[in-house]
Design a protein around this ligand. Structure first.
Ligand code: ADP
Ligand code: MG
Length: 246
């Protein structure tokens, strides 16, 4: 195991999937199977929806990818590395190499938009000069240049989610994970976020989106992986939202 973990460097020599679940099961408590025998391969540059009813295991998949929790069985690989084998001192760097957004935005309420995005760079000790260059670039990407001094409380839900996206992307992650990113948004803002995710994907980032939004999934014609009771029940290119009734 090399001294430091560098996802970007690893990706350059990679023809393996960027995300690989191999016979992964997760039991939070004995005999409560949140996930069972999950086998998923996602390749660099893909855009993938994960759908399924509440409790089907979608967030558990995301948490496994972030190494917030460990599988009860099986292995999770990211960029060819089994993340279960990352040493404790490597985990922070590993997590920061993945962009994540959540339904509830998770912005720092007492910092303005610029500082919320800059925060992600300060923790990785990006030089000030770079931060001054890259934060405005990200805010322009998400269409919030004129809001850089605003506080989260002064923004709409859609704008807050765009700040969260800028923060997730500023360190140039290979993978972007989004767990119900439009769950708190109206249809117009939901579409704006999805179109941004599509743009980000076109620029080369692998994007994995957990969602309940049937209209969006049906219209976007991306790969769709459907979970039911912790199992993958379908995995289709240009898929549609399936009614995964339990
Ligand atoms: P989803 O995101 O699809 O709604 P989750 O992955 O959050 O589903 O949950 C899958 C299953 O695991 C559910 O039955 C849920 O109750 C259970 N679960 C999730 N988190 C925990 C936890 N921390 N402790 C115990 N059970 C949990
Ligand atoms: Mg969830």
């Amino acid at each position: 195991m090399p001294e430091s973990y560098d996802l970007n460097r690893d990706m350059n020599t990679l023809d393996a999937p960027v995300i690989l679940f191999e016979h992964v099961s997760k039991e939070y408590q004995q005999d409560v199977h949140a996930l069972e025998d999950i086998n998923i391969r996602i390749y660099k540059g893909e855009f993938v929806f994960i759908v399924g009813s509440s409790g089907s295991g979608k967030s558990t998949l995301i948490r496994l990818l972030l190494k917030e929790i460990l599988p009860s069985k099986g292995k999770v690989f990211v960029a060819g590395r089994e993340i279960g084998r990352l040493r404790r001192y490597q985990v922070g760097k590993y997590r920061r190499s993945i962009g994540v957004v959540f339904q509830d935005f998770r912005l720092l309420k007492d910092r303005n938009v610029f500082d919320n995005v800059a925060f992600a760079q300060r923790v990785v000790e990006t030089p000030k000069k770079m931060i001054k260059k890259q934060v405005p670039r990200m805010l322009s990407l998400v269409g919030l240049t004129d809001k850089h001094k605003a506080y989260p409380g002064e923004l709409s839900g859609g704008q807050q989610q765009r700040v969260a996206l800028a923060r997730a992307l500023v360190n140039n992650p290979v993978i972007l994970l989004a767990d119900e990113p439009t769950g708190n948004l109206d249809p117009k803002n939901s579409w704006e976020i999805m179109h941004l995710l599509e743009d980000i994907n076109k620029r080369g980032t692998t994007v994995v989106v957990v969602t309940h939004n049937q209209e969006i999934v049906d219209q976007m014609q991306k790969r769709v992986i459907t979970l039911r009771n912790g199992r993958v029940i379908s995995d289709e290119e240009k898929g549609r939202y399936r009614y995964a009734k339990n």
